[in-house]
Design a protein around this ligand. Structure first.
Ligand code: 1CP
Length: 344
């Protein structure tokens, strides 16, 4: 139930139209902040930072202290779930994540059917620490990767430009691919419920590579598994608030909303805003969609685009955000301008 005492972010998620939209930014804890870079250097590696509850809680809180965003997002990564399933994970400095690829039955048999809760317990401790430290009006968002996006990394062992290896696998051996998806679904339900029980107010399901699927594959590998996560979480936590972010899905987003049952959706930067208002925001609250490049560039174009985003979505339930993560070389002054413009 919505009450006036609830943080603005949660009121917007519950369908309220607010005169000033709540705001947070994807990747708001990150390399554009000197205080993040300092702690990251001290941790030595990205994963050491993720799995140290004291440090991970600190970097989650840094952007809240500096900017007063309306929501904090848990500092972790979507790839901790494959790691909990027993897949080897490491990060190559300056490049990105690497996993030992799983592309056949032998390798899939080697990874666990059930996630090891001990691997994820430091992340859950991070949630408890952040919850205890957050100001009252600030909401707290947990997350996981969507099964399709997580599977693209599990199969290829790294990020790929076209998700080719995962597509090749579901074409060659859909039963094996389904088996992998099933394991991710089960692990994600447990993981999101654990985050909710530890204190997050809402969870976001990141499907960063949803846009690379044609409509039949989108139905099977994006909508169907996401629906199972939404239903699985709600079975245990009926009041869970769930945001879907099927990045790049564009005109398939209305069927994603109806098919999955998510409470709200994130919008990428290049979606048609008239379409998004008429066909998406008419169904659920939306979150987005300023281009991170515009934020990095700053200047009058930033002011114009903030006004355009607000004009498009401010008439309905709306959370201001970027269409994707903030770029590491974004000046802090531009984030300050953004906040001033959104809150003016
Ligand atoms: O060294 C560093 O500091 C590494 C940079 C970094 C950061 C800050 C990575 C590596 N992950 C993160 C944190 C992270 N990842 C968060 C934290 C909360 C926040 O502030 O937003 C979240 C929500 C994620 C989610 C995530 N990880 C996604 C989905 C969202 C998106 O960006 O599309 C994906 C695809 C990943 C995988 C990943 N982790 C890191 C990188 C560089 C990548 C992409 C790799 C690739 O595709 O090549």
């Amino acid at each position: 139930m919505t009450t006036l005492a609830e943080p603005a972010f949660l009121r917007a998620l519950s369908g309220e139209t607010l005169p000033t939209p709540p705001i947070w930014m994807m990747r708001q804890a990150g390399r554009y902040l000197p205080e993040y870079r300092e702690l990251r250097a001290k941790a030595g590696s990205f994963l050491s930072l993720c799995y140290n509850p004291e440090w991970a809680a600190e970097v989650t809180l840094q952007p809240i202290r500096r900017f007063g965003f309306d929501a904090a997002i848990l500092f972790s990564d979507i790839l901790v779930v494959p790691q909990a399933l027993g897949q080897k994970l490491w990060f190559v400095e300056g490049e990105g994540p690497r996993l030992e690829p799983v592309a056949d039955l032998t390798r899939l048999a080697e990874i666990d059917a059930v996630a090891d809760a001990a691997v994820l317990s430091p992340v859950i401790e991070t949630v408890q620490r952040v919850r205890a430290a957050l100001p009252k009006g600030t909401a707290f968002i947990g997350f996981c990767g969507a099964p399709w996006t997580v599977a693209t990394y599990m199969v290829a062992g790294r990020g790929t430009p076209d998700q080719g290896p995962a597509k090749a696998l579901f074409t060659r051996d859909p039963a094996l691919f389904q088996h992998m998806i099933d394991r991710i679904v089960a692990a994600s339900i447990d993981y999101l419920c654990a985050q909710i029980e530890a204190g997050v107010d809402a969870v976001q399901i990141f499907d960063s590579w949803a846009g690379s699927l044609g409509s039949d594959d989108f139905e099977r590998w994006c909508i169907a598994p996401t629906k199972r996560i939404v239903e699985g979480v709600r079975l245990r936590r009926p009041d869970a608030r769930i945001i879907g972010f099927p990045r790049g899905a564009g005109r398939l987003i209305p069927s994603y909303i109806v098919g999955t049952g998510v409470d709200a959706v994130g919008l990428e930067s290049d979606i048609d805003r008239d379409f998004a208002r008429d066909e998406i925001q008419s169904l659920v609250p939306v979150q987005g969609n300023l281009d991170p490049l515009v934020l990095r560039a700053g200047g009058p174009e930033l002011e114009r685009e903030v006004a355009a985003v607000r004009a498009a979505f401010g008439g309905g339930p709306f959370v201001f955000n970027l269409g994707h993560g903030i770029l590491p070389d974004t000046p802090i002054a531009h984030v300050e301008r953004l906040l001033a413009a959104v809150r003016s």
